[in-house]
Ligand binder design. Sequence first.
Ligand SMILES: Cc1ncc(COP(=O)(O)O)c(C=O)c1O
Length: 364
Amino acid sequence: MIGGSDDPVTHVRSLFAPAPGLIYLDAATYGLPPRPSVEALTRALHRWQSGEADWVEEWDRKGEVCRQHFATLIGGTAGETALVPTASAGIGLVAASLPEGIDVVVPDDEFTSLLFPLLVAEKERCVRLHRVDFADLADAIGPGTGLVAFSLTRSQDGETAPLGDVIAAARRHGARVMVDATHAVPFVPMQSWIADIDYLVCHGYKHLLCPRGVAFLHLRRDHWDEVQPWFANWRTGDPLYDRAYGGTLDDLAKDARRFDVSLAWHAWAGAEPSLALLVDWQASGVLEEVKSLSRRLAAGIGRPAPTASIVSIQVRDAEAAAAALAETGVRCAARGGNIRLSPHVYNTNEDIDRAIGALARFID
Ligand SMILES: Cc1ncc(COP(=O)(O)O)c(C=O)c1O
C-alpha cells in the first residue's frame, strides 16, 4: 500500500514535487519528472549556458543509455530500438516503407499520430485501410490482412486491446503487428509479447516521466532491411561518432540505430534518470503500487479494473467536469466524453480517495 511511513514508495514519492495541494492524476497528458531528471536537465542547460559542456559525454551519449533502459522496460533489445522524437515519426517511417497494396486493419477512432501516417500510406502507397471497432481488432484480422496497427492502450479511455488475441490472430494469418505503446509502457507487461510485435513505438513524456521529444521505435530485426532509413544522419554511422563526412550506405549502423533521428540533446539528458528509475521500480515492484492505485480508483467510481493505469468514466459534460475538478485541486483530463485519470508513483491512496469524493457529483 502506498503511503506507509518508511516504505520504499514513500521514498519514491519524495523525489517528486507537485504543487502543494495539487492532486495530479494526469500522467496520460504529461507525467511529472522525478527530481534527478529536473536536476539533469538544469545541469545540461547551465553547462550549455557556460559553454563548458562536453556535448558527446554529457548529452548525446545519454541517448545510448536511454535506448538500453527502454529496451529493458519492454523486454526487448537495444539493438532493435531506435531513438526518435515522437511516436508519429516512428510510425511515419514504417508507414512509408510498407509494401504497396497491403491490407491494414486499424481502429476507426485511432489516435491520429498512428492513423494519419497510415492514411498517407493509403494515398501514396495504395495501402488499403480497414477501419474497425477497437473491440473487434482480433476478429477483423483475416487471410488477406498484412498489418494490424493500433494503440495498445487507448488515450481516450485507457482501454487496452487484448494483445494475446490480436497477436494470435495475426500469426494465424501471417499479418504484421504495429503497436503504439505510449499509454501501455511501463504498466502493461510486454516481455512475453515483444518477439511477436513487428513495430512498436512509445513516446516517453507521459507514463515514462521524460521530457517531450524522447520516443522510441522498436523494430524487429527481420524488418531492418525492409524499412528505409530516411532520417539517416551523422549519428547513424558505424561506429557511432565516426562518420561525419562522406561515405556510403554501407557505413550505416547494422542494427536499428540506423533509424535514429539525431537527438535533441537536452531532452535525452533529462530523460535518462527517469528511465533508470523506472527500470528500478519495475524490478522492485513499485510500479505495481501504481496499478493498485488505479484499481482503487476504478472500484471507487464503479469502473472495471484497468489493464494499464488509466481509469476513465463517461460524464455529461467532461470538459466542464474536468474544469470543476481542477478547482478542487484534482488535475485530470477530458477525452472523448470521458473524465480520464492517470495515477503514477507520486500519488497516494489519499489522493485517490479525494479524487473519488470529488468525482461523485459528476457520476449518475
Ligand atoms: C496514443 C498516443 N500516441 C502518441 C501520442 C503522442 O503523439 P506524438 O508522439 O506523435 O506527439 C499521444 C498523445 O496524446 C497518444 O495519446
